[in-house]
Design a binder for this molecule. Sequence first.
Ligand code: BGC
Ligand code: BGC
Length: 976
Amino acid sequence: MTIMRTLLLAAAVPVVFAQTQTQPAGSPFPSSTYENATDPRAQAGAVSGQTSPPKYPSPWGEGLGDWDAAYAQAHDFVSQLTLTEKVNLTTGVGWQSEKCVGNTGSIPRLGFKALCMQDSPLGVRFADFVSAFPAGGTIAATWDRKLFYQRGYGMGSEHKEKGIDAQLGPVVGPLGRQAAGGRNWEGFSPDPVLAGIACAETVKGIQDAGVMSTTKHYILNEQEHFRQGAPPASLGLNALSSNVDDVTMHELYLWPFADAVRAGTVSIMCSYNQINNSQACQNSYTQNYLLKNELGFQGFIMSDWAATHSGVSSALAGLDQTMPGDIAFNSGTTYFGTNLTIAVLNGTVPQWRLDDMAVRIIAAWYYVDRPGNQVADAPNFSSWTSDTDGFRHYYQSLDYQRVNDHIDVRGNHGAEIRAQAAAGTVLLKNTGALPLSGKEQLTSVFGEDAAENPLGPNGCSDRGCDEGTLAMGWGSGTANFPYLVTPLEAIKAEVLSNGGSFESVTDNYAYSTIAALGRRTAQVGGACIAFGNADAGEGYITVDNNTGDRNNLTIWGDFDLLVANLTAQCNNTIVVLHTVGPVITNSFVDNPNVTAIIWAGIPGQESGNAITDILFGKVNPGGKLPFTIGSSRGEYGTEILYEPNNGNNSPQDNFEEGIFIDYRAFDKLGETPVFEFGLGLSYTTFSYSDLGVQAHSAPAYTAPSGNTGPAPTYGTVSNITSSYVFPASIDRIWNYIYPYLNSTSLSVSSGDPAYGINYTWPAGSYDSSSQPYVAAGGAPGGNPRLYDVLFTVTATITNTGDVVGDEVAQLYVNLGGADDAKVVLRNFDRLTIQPGATATFSADITRRDLSNWDSASQNWFISSATKTIFVGSSSRKLPLTTTLDLSGIITGPGSGGNGTAPVYPSSSASGYSSSATSSGDGSSSASTSVGSSVSVSSASSPTGYSSSFTTSAKPSGPAGYSHSSPPAYSPTGYRA
Ligand code: BGC
Ligand code: BGC
């Protein structure tokens, strides 16, 4: 319908604009391999079939960092719990079985209510009278720590008032490897430092409001295609494997998670994809080793929704909580619940591991003071209906009652959102048209993106359409708008209040009407403002053939043609873009009749007010691009894998570009961006001078000493199975996930025909003895010495124009090695400067900021290569530069930083190509045993730890992991 309309109308107009994007003939998607982007360090690690080494045992939380008080409380609490009460904390009750998107069981005996986990990273999903905050990418564009925190606190407060325990955000995975990645906008920026700082401040804001944050999706969840295997489900594919090398993992993708952990995020969500061919939620390397050992994470790992693919394997590999609890949505089966109870009773999951899960969850609860932040009758809303009355157990149609109290939790967030969105608006081009004076005789607005969706702002479920102005992408990362101020409404109100005249054409295809209005506007010296957008979202919704990830980087709705027609008549065309990421602007960027271009991001509910504040100069733009805008998608050096490339086995997505994504790729490939990372103009101008560097003495970089204690247990677990049989006093709800046994026989209770088959678990899984700390670890966020400040850089920034303005001064570093990026962002600050005045930019450089990762020693090190620093207004406008004096700093890889001359990790030094065979990686082999999650053994098996798993290594058979193909049997047997 849209296409036909386009063709007909296009045929009627003389100006037809050529498609500027080049794509291989005969293919809807490019199939380039971008050989030039290959990072030599990635070669041995980013290969098809790459394996993930086994790392056991799962580290037990110890109350490291500032977690000691929360751990002391958790120990007291968990010591009182029975086995099934502990299991209840680890397992969701099943999809749509209670009011939140995720709900654990409760512990009524101790007055502990079920935990409520609720999306999203930009506000409360599925609730009314909540705020729709700017998306992650837009708040990132403010480069303003105070606003990162303010937004986090605002979102956290709203979650708290609705009775939610954990907000499912923020997002730093996807980081944004591919420009077209569907969920990039939920996160912040493809730069790990900007993303890490934004994430940390968001975490602090959410948690200071008394709600748990869940940083997600861990890790390398960079695209939507095949994240859970298919689409389409009929292909039966396993989830995609993101194959990465050790250096890239540390220097790029793990970096912002380290910031999140250091900021105290109490929960981390493991992702749908595989990492080096091992499912994320049972990957012992990423969970046990990287997150819990190296990063010293003291909170709990929660699965993404149906991302759990095994019971015992996942538990031993570090998963602490499975969500929403059932194996596939509404399967009535579970990998934890009853099966975890059985596994503890027969010894396949040691009590210390279950206790650690429970302690981590309860410590998280205390860490953010959930006890002091409860509201009455929580949760006071239902995700599944907006009616006042409905079923508490929605899936079961049970317990009809009042489910929505319609509590307005918005506070003054509307005003904050308006300011946040304006602060995150980026002025890309301005030949003098802006700001508008307000005295224009005629102001004209063009484009569907200026107007409201005819179905209303919440008309498409989970925002799964691109109708009207774009203020949110689609998927689970959404909230309902309490209202949406459109650009059309806000600009019109402003123009009318100034006594001007206002007209609009919001049909993108009404070319002749657009041209006529443009011409008239130009003739009276007015302004033509054209709005365009590009949308994306989560892969379970397809919009205009975009299955989450975008198919291309063009602006939607034939916007290029609209602008071509408009600029043919109007010599003062201002382009405003609401996009989820980079878009191709080639067709109009250099057109002299395009007098200004603004990236207005994904602004949330106050969209129109925020853009009006910018257009009319009420707010001087100070945002900076959090990504690079290029002139073709090939320049980014990375691409979405749109087609399966491994038969029916896991598609293999090799991150062969290493650390070179976004601006690092442009620099490496010698591409000139259209608008570079960090760019943003103002209505004033700034100059940079007086670079200063102060060195600080810091303690030597030493590995943490000593060992952990042995794994603690809390309380004793009785092995009298009859005490765990489903209590007669509880009305069993159909298809609800419980921790109880069906029978005093574990084998019968499991319902697993293969119960008791021998299986040898990965070496070390059951080792509860004290363990050494890893050199790069020792505290939340990693070795605390990594965060020692080695240098402080200062510069003078002068406002050389006539109006007050904000400037984001940026500090970049070149680490000096042959395989390092030309520059990497390391710090920034947003300064408000009066006209003619100066401000001092001051930015710290930590040890981590100057370090590279060395795979051989599994540690960070500072190479002796020259470290050059740069200060300026964008990644390519860096007028101030100097080198750092490294004397006094011990450089080189090796033990404790006492190494010799720097040796960059050779291409063979990938920590991921370990000697582990695929069968040695319990997580990997287990992941492919469909439905064999039950993981229980007969007590008489020789090891005591056997299960239904076969020992066959890495079978790659049918997925069985997508929502549409649940395992064939029901191990818990709770079907009605
Ligand atoms: C998404 C998560 C989300 C969860 C619950 C998943 O499919 O990947 O981001 O939190 O669903 O809605
Ligand atoms: C749910 C989302 C979830 C997705 C997973 C959808 O049905 O609404 O919350 O993220 O399934 O694929």
